[in-house]
Design a protein around this ligand. Structure first.
Ligand SMILES: [Zn+2]
Length: 255
């Protein structure tokens, strides 16, 4: 992959967000492959939609591009809160590409995909409504909180200017694909347990290691009064989908 942005494209533009959009969309068109089926390139929807959408001609997957100048961070500013919630809960919801670039060097530094099934409404944070004196008074924007997404849901294609082998990207996508078939209402629980597993900094762990998150999970799911049973059920789902391996006697290993 060529990390360079083609700045000759923006010579005649003044508006910074327009410049950013032209540079990053062009880069994706020239460099991105489809992380689902591996097709060597993806296409841009040629329409006047306010979002940067791409699609794969072969597997028909849709991707929305979000980009940011500067360092990679867990909080990403986005547009209207209601539009975002509507989009991620619709049945045509896209996967998200996040791209960070360095405008001084005109290069792409990070490029990752977050599969759509990792986007649940709880990772979208409401911003304060704009002040009554603002031009769009009362408008509510949102932030995307990437720290609420399990590590396996953040699949880097370029990380700190280093390209990750294509076959690794595709196999990481495949590892999580079972989530696609789980209902949105049930998926929240699986993702929460995946995040707890992330927090355990060892390859093998026990049921007791996960039970330590009982209080935290109860805050997230206040109506559930049998958190331990729910934990065991979710571990079973993760085991059945080869996300973790069951070693017997309450012991598990990360796959
Ligand atoms: Zn594809």
């Amino acid at each position: 992959m060529d990390l360079a942005l083609n700045y000759s494209l923006i010579e005649n533009y003044k508006n910074n967000s327009q410049k950013a959009r032209i540079l990053t969309e062009d880069w994706v068109k020239r460099n991105a492959f489809c992380p689902i089926c591996g097709k060597a390139n993806i296409n841009k929807f040629e329409n006047n939609k306010p979002v940067s959408d791409f699609y794969c001609e072969r597997c028909k997957e849709i991707f929305e591009l979000k980009s940011k100048n500067g360092n990679f961070s867990n909080i990403i500013n986005d547009g209207a809160y209601s539009t975002m919630i509507e989009r991620i809960t619709s049945n045509t919801n896209p996967d998200f590409f996040f791209l960070t670039y360095n405008i001084k060097k005109y290069i792409v530094e990070n490029f990752l995909i977050i599969p759509k099934y990792f986007f649940t409404p709880n990772i979208i944070l409401k911003r304060k409504p704009l002040a009554p004196t603002a031009k769009r008074a009362g408008w509510i924007g949102c932030n995307i909180n990437l720290s609420s997404i399990p590590n396996d849901g953040k699949i880097f294609i370029i990380k700190q200017c280093r390209e990750i082998p294509k076959k690794d990207v595709i196999s990481k996508m495949q590892k999580n694909i079972f989530l696609k078939n789980s209902e949105v209402s049930l998926r929240g629980w699986i993702l929460d347990i995946m995040r707890c597993i992330d927090e355990i900094k060892k390859e093998e762990f026990t049921l007791l290691d996960i039970y330590k998150f009982e209080e935290y999970l109860h805050i997230l799911h206040p109506n559930n009064n049998n958190i331990q049973a729910k934990i065991r059920q979710q571990l079973q789902i993760l085991r059945d989908n080869n996300y973790i391996e069951f070693l017997g006697k309450g012991k598990y290993r990360k796959v």
